[in-house]
Design a protein around this ligand. Structure first.
Ligand code: 6GU
Length: 247
């Protein structure tokens, strides 16, 4: 899968993928991450990429010509690329969005800066607009990194253990159960006995129930959206009535 990131700050992108799991995935050819410098497509001695807004107002707007030239050049290489503008006005990114975008061979992520990009870019070239949450960043680059990370780790061969992406928080709509490793006693705090019991059926059940308990206490709204088994529902009923007795 190819991620092409149009930005005025390509070094920001290179830095974010120069280490760790995603660097390994790039080295192994599982994904490619290509920062494209929008400024390289700007004309003139000063290669200007922004200008003052028509109608007045503060801040600068990214000019349409350099972004258009950059997108055209990417589309020449990847005609089927799906183009996403990173903007606080977009639909909010989630695990579900990551799974949905996994089906594209090439994603072009356009990082906005300043007060935004000329609207004609959005009309002519943009297939989708995505935000990573309800707050404002100075530019789309951190958002692009978040989106690439969340999608890339779902690709086969990117994570070490093939099961790890399936077991984490949100993949089944629940938060993860608590994890422990050695030492068995750390500064007076122990490990739940059941995890040391070797009884794998019991451990599986304890983990499921821990996930359900955590989700109910920390993010109860998540329980509305996802399919729960009969056992899950029974457990949550008992948990709720225990909590109600205490309160
Ligand atoms: Cl995608 N861009 C900017 N500038 N701010 C954001 C964002 C994106 N998502 C949340 N805040």
């Amino acid at each position: 899968m190819n991620f092409v990131i149009l930005t005025l700050f390509p070094d920001m992108i290179s830095a974010m993928f120069g280490d760790g799991v995603l660097k390994k995935a790039i080295d192994k050819g599982k994904i490619s991450v290509t920062p494209v410098n929008i400024r390289a497509f700007a004309e003139g001695k000063h290669q200007v990429t922004d200008d003052t807004p028509y109608g007045g107002g503060c801040g600068m707007v990214m000019k349409p010509e350099p972004i258009t030239a950059a997108i055209r050049s990417v589309k020449a290489e990847f005609p089927d690329a799906y183009t996403i503008l990173l903007t606080p006005q977009g639909r909010t990114f989630s695990q579900k969005t990551a799974e949905e975008l996994l089906s594209y061979k090439t994603l072009v992520l356009v990082c906005g800066r300043y007060e935004g990009v000329d609207e004609r870019i959005v009309e002519e070239w943009v297939d989708d607009e995505i935000s990573i949450g309800d707050y404002v960043l100075t530019g789309g680059e951190p958002a692009a990194a978040v989106i690439v990370d969340a999608i890339a780790r779902l690709r086969p061969g990117v994570l070490g253990g093939e099961s790890s992406a399936k077991e984490d928080s949100f993949s089944d709509g629940l938060l993860e159960y608590p994890q422990y490793t050695r030492p068995r006693s750390f500064e007076g705090a122990g490990v739940p006995d059941i995890l040391l019991s070797g009884d794998h059926a019991k451990i599986r059940r304890w983990r499921r129930e821990s996930s359900l308990t955590r989700t109910l206490l920390k993010r109860p709204e998540l329980l509305n959206d996802f399919a729960l088994s009969k056992e899950d529902i029974e457990f949550l009923k008992r948990l709720r009535s225990r909590i109600e007795k205490i309160l």
